[in-house]
Design a protein around this ligand. Structure first.
Ligand code: ZN
Length: 264
């Protein structure tokens, strides 16, 4: 039987989906992302569920994609294979969460790095604990042009997104809130309860009106070209995977990242 990498809990009208791979700092394996996509599908189909909370077990929300698995299973991928894989598992799965018909709230503690940051930002709101931090260092560490979904300027503003990505440095929870990327910052011990309370508050509204409201709000960035910009970045991101610079940078960065992941 396959491992349960996403747990589901129902709290009245709120469904909590919980990344369940604490030993690997919730590194997103292909299996986890497939289970998460299926869990969102089930939540969309359930009429009792009005709001989804996306959380994670353990000290960290997510350290990013499972690079160990990527190295073991996809290092020899052709351009065509990588393109198809990343489009389906990284880009489309993410955008499906962005397009999820009901409101979503990310519940973030500890590391929220690279694909972790990308995933959390697919949710409508973010509640972070005081110890949470956000970063996307993959240009520095891997030689790839950021992560697959360049959501950063849309949730941070252009200038702050540039600083985050150009430096690869961490953004603390309080700072992320001040910049508008995070809605609320709470003590770690209150993270689950406070996020659930916020979700319950949203779930009190008539659900169909809420779904339409979300659709209209998302369209307000679509008409500014968000989807086109994300698609254009995805295409160029693929180019950055096949440069000599990427090959050289990745060798060092991957070894470090995997060693760090194995330790945690
Ligand atoms: Zn990629």
């Amino acid at each position: 039987m396959s491992e349960t990498l996403v747990l589901t809990e129902q709290h009245g009208h709120v469904r909590r989906l919980i990344l369940n791979r604490a030993t690997a700092r919730n590194a997103q394996s292909q299996q986890m992302l497939e289970q998460l996509d299926a869990a969102f599908d089930a939540a969309a189909a359930d009429p009792q569920t009005r709001v989804v909370v996306l959380g994670a077990v353990g000290p960290h929300f997510s350290a990013g994609h499972d690079l160990k698995q990527a190295q073991a299973e996809r290092a020899e991928f052709t351009v065509e294979e990588r393109w198809a894989y990343e489009q389906r598992v990284y880009f489309n799965y993410c955008l499906r969460i962005w397009d999820f018909p009901k409101p979503t709230v990310a519940q973030v503690q500890g590391a929220c790095v690279a694909a972790g940051l990308m995933l959390a930002n697919m949710c409508d709101l973010i509640v972070a604990s005081e110890d949470a931090f956000f970063s996307d260092p993959v240009t520095h560490t891997m030689g790839a042009a950021a992560t697959e979904v360049l959501i950063h300027p849309w949730v941070l503003g252009l200038r702050q997104a540039k600083e985050l990505l150009f430096t690869g440095e961490r953004l603390g929870a309080a700072e992320a809130k001040a910049l508008g990327m995070v809605n609320r910052v709470v003590p770690r011990e209150r993270l689950e309860d406070d996020t659930l309370a916020l979700a319950q508050r949203i779930a009190q509204a008539p659900p169909f009106a809420m779904q339409i409201l979300k659709k209209s709000l998302n369209r307000s960035v679509d008409v500014q070209g968000m989807r086109q910009a994300l698609s254009a970045h995805f295409d160029l991101h693929q180019l950055s995977h096949v440069t000599e610079e990427y090959r050289q940078t990745k060798e060092g960065g991957l070894a470090t990242a995997i060693a760090r992941g194995a330790k945690a």
